[in-house]
Design a protein around this ligand. Sequence first.
Ligand SMILES: O=P(O)(O)OC[C@@H](O)[C@@H](O)c1c[nH]c2ccccc12
Length: 272
Amino acid sequence: MNILDKIIAHKKEEVAERKSLVPTKLLERSVFFDNKVVSMKKYVTHPEKTGIIAEFKRKSPSKGAINSAAKVEKTSIGYMQSGASALSILTDKEFFGGSNEDLATARKFNFCPILRKDFIIDEYQIVEAKSIGADCILLIAAALEPKRLEELATFAHKLGLEVLMEVHDQEELDRSLNDQLDLVGVNNRSLKTFDVSLDTSYSLVDKIPDQFVKISESGISDPQTLVDLKKGGFDGFLIGENFMKSIRPHQAAYNFMNKYRELSPDFKTEAV
Ligand SMILES: O=P(O)(O)OC[C@@H](O)[C@@H](O)c1c[nH]c2ccccc12
């Protein structure tokens, strides 16, 4: 059993329990439910933004504890003020130390696209994503049958949410691509070994059709890497640990994005 199998097994139990505690009808009454969705696609590709999707992640199976003290409010606002295009908020509790409240807090304090970072296997979680203020959901190709993935993506679109599909290799990409996706992410971290290799991104970027916004995910720790990935054809970059491992993640993000600006002279906008 690899880590993903373990997480999905746990997720099934968790979703069953949540469903019995909070019916869908109640989720639909949330104040966030009628919010207009902020497009991740648009913000990531906006020429005056960095393309960075900055992540709030307290711990992970590969790294253990990363930062248990950071506050969502300060961190998310700081990420956005530094020039991030969007936020990614972990809502899985068991393996990543996140919560739905974290995402709802980020929503309250920011006008920007927010990705619900979780392991989605059921429509219920998509309604829940909308009810806590998310704009985009993650669907992991390694965890879903292609047909099921397309069904979930279609359901998300019905609620107005965008969809980021994550792949690790060409086989996952080939079998899971469908028209209901908005963004396609290549995860540089292997689920089996936890090794990170940017070669995964470079080897897959040209295989992703141009109708999708292309995201490189995980293991990015150097602004020069962003310049290179952008040249290689990526529009967006998902960065978590590199910011979160600092005592002040928002400050780390600020320094990182300033360096990125210096390295890309055609990229003019200042952090506010
Ligand atoms: O912290 P990193 O190495 O910058 O990676 C961020 C993000 O890509 C990673 O957290 C991630 C990618 N896909 C996921 C799926 C579930 C949970 C987490 C993830």
